[in-house]
Design a protein around this ligand. Sequence first.
Ligand code: FAD
Length: 413
Amino acid sequence: MARHTLVLGAGMVGVSVAWHLRSRGRDVTLVDRREPGRETSYGNAGLIQREAVKPHPFPRDLGDLWRVLPNRSIDIRYRTGAMFAEANPLWQYWRYSAPQSFARIVPEYASLIEHCTAEHETMFKAAGAEHLIRRDGWLQVFRSLDIFEAELAEAASLRDRFGVTFERIDAPRLREMEPYLSDRAIGAIHWTNAWSVVDPGGLVQAYADDFVACGGRIERAEARDIAPNGKSWCLSADRGAFEADELVLATGPWSSTWLGRLGYRVPMFVMRGYHMHYDAAPDAILNYGVMDFEKGYLLTPKRAGLRLTTGAELNTIDAPPRFGQLAAAEEAARELFALGARKESEPWKGARPCLADMKPIIGAAHRHRNLWFALGHGHQGFTLGPTTGRLLGQLMDGEAPLVDMAPFRSDRF
Ligand SMILES: Cc1cc2nc3c(=O)[nH]c(=O)nc-3n(C[C@H](O)[C@H](O)[C@H](O)COP(=O)(O)OP(=O)(O)OC[C@H]3O[C@@H](n4cnc5c(N)ncnc54)[C@H](O)[C@@H]3O)c2cc1C
């Protein structure tokens, strides 16, 4: 008889895990309090970031720290109370971001990223969701020549080490590609082997639909407790209890509560982010996803409108929203492109699930049998969901995984 597996959390990561486990013949139930892909995996910028071979370190350069300290920058903001509440994981994040340690982390992280487009392709072809994917990359746009040149040198080094591809786009070519960007944009790096998605939540839903079409089950329920029951696992929820041979925790930014309850000391915190959709001004069109690199936000064409996503807000997950960062990003975006009116009354808010060493945990829980983790994907969980599903399936079936999984074990802290 097929093993029965519960997957808790139907974001990009949990849905991808459930999809892979089902395709390997397991009897899989995916549990979430909401429809698939309605939380963090809904509101992100929708980039499948083949270029993101370097995770985001804590700023350690004095100039950067001075810039961030007044709490007015667009790319990073913080709430002082949250810095105290999360002092331990943030301190560890600072330490892992030291140059020597970060240099070790980059190739480990890149070993996952390398597979992201191929793994998405397997899933979106199976799910008939190719119409949601754009394979034409995105533009990292610059306002100053010296920063442009420095980032081009960095991009060349990433190309040589990790196979990312890019083109240098000088101002005249940029005007052809994006005729409605203002002259403040003096050049861009076009990341050519990255992809984007016009409806991120819709892609997760398409993967979930395919999982169901292949015999998987989805239950709408709010988990209250999870506990081992002999060799199996019991998940108690508001709508009854679920019992299974094994359990996968894929609860994104809500994972630290579960980890803590089960006795895992994992340095986890969240980096919140916001989005808002806009109309373009009459006749103006944005062709590509555009990151205003020196300001720190992204503007991406989506089905719902032009989606402006913010950088990181160091805050606790449930603290009230603070819309200043989005307002500042909007002001900067209006310098670059003729944005029209806001399309929603209130911005969307979400939280990136971050671990101090900037890498997810993918694999067996080291203190329990038949418990597995797929969590902590930080800034690239949308990119890495399908890769995570493939890898966890291989580990759960005792196969040699696609990449060395030691850097992603749960007992590394
Ligand atoms: C502004 C912003 C922009 C981003 N841009 C990108 C990008 O361009 N590319 C990229 O790769 N990544 C991006 N990210 C990061 C990415 O969105 C996340 O890493 C990813 O969505 C995490 O997926 P997940 O499945 O782990 O979590 P989620 O999508 O949050 O899913 C977790 C699920 O667990 C469920 N859950 C939790 N607790 C319970 C419970 N008790 N009972 C039942 N269900 C529960 C939730 O309902 C939720 O559906 C961005 C993030 C933000 C905030």
